[in-house]
Ligand binder design. Structure first.
Ligand code: HEC
Length: 213
């Protein structure tokens, strides 16, 4: 009986405390057991504040500040990293269609850079020849894309750029590791690798034909 009374009392207390004050309005601040850092002195952006002599809450950039994003020259036009430009996205601006051709003109330095970056970032899995037989196949990575697969050869430049940037299926993206310029350089080198596999014997200079395997 004692336990029943105690339980009844507690139950009544719970019902009153939960239901009793519903809809009640109070102007007093709620009791905060753990205020953490909910309220703190701060300046609101774009509003007046008396703290600084000029009365502005926001500060102007200090002299000689260097912007965080520098434009990259793409075929002579400056392109910022935040712009909706094929150089950044691999898409035709404002659409979800991949660009057919890289916006970066191919040059020997671009290919050399692409080759070097490919060796660092792609070769471990895709192999030096791009056939998907890199060292990691020995350690259990079995389904690595063969870059000479006709399906991949036929992909637009923008799509391969997208795969390098965002990844696809089992492959992770490399946008965090490689600048957009380097990703386009790698694409150019991948195209060179693909071309090397598609070339006919007649396209190889005569003196070099005997050295082919
Ligand atoms: C850690 C291993 C690994 C690395 C490093 C890697 N890839 Fe891949 N890649 C894969 C795997 C695995 C696939 C197959 C993904 C699938 O279809 O599941 C793939 C697929 C691809 C494909 C084909 C995508 C498609 O449409 O099927 C391309 C193109 C490609 N990789 C390019 C690259 C390039 C360029 C680099 C260097 C920046 C790179 N990969 C680095 C593992 C890797």
């Amino acid at each position: 009986m004692r336990y029943f009374l105690l339980g009844f009392l507690l139950l009544g207390l719970v019902v009153v405390s939960v239901a009793g004050f519903r809809g009640g309005i109070t102007r007093r601040p709620p009791i905060e057991l753990f205020p953490d850092m909910d309220r703190q002195a701060k300046l609101r952006p774009q509003s007046a504040h008396g703290f600084f002599p000029d009365g502005l809450g926001s500060r102007l950039h200090p002299d000689q500040t260097i912007p965080r994003s520098q434009p990259v020259l793409v075929a002579g036009t400056p392109v910022h990293p935040f712009e909706d430009h094929p150089f950044n996205t691999g898409y035709e601006p404002g659409t979800t269609n991949f660009v057919q051709h890289s916006p970066v003109p191919v040059s020997e330095t671009l290919l050399a850079r692409g080759r070097e970056r490919f060796a660092i970032h792609c070769q471990p899995c895709h192999g030096a020849a791009g056939d998907g037989k890199g060292p990691t196949t020995k350690y259990g990575m079995v389904v690595i894309g063969n870059l000479h697969d006709p399906r991949i050869v036929q992909q637009p430049d923008g799509e391969i750029f997208h795969v390098i940037s965002e990844g696809r299926n089992l492959m992770q993206g490399y946008a965090a590791n490689l600048t957009a310029a380097d990703r386009w350089a790698i694409l150019a080198y991948v195209r060179a690798l693909q071309l090397s596999h598609l070339a006919t014997l007649e396209e190889v200079p005569e003196g070099l034909r005997a050295t082919l395997k």
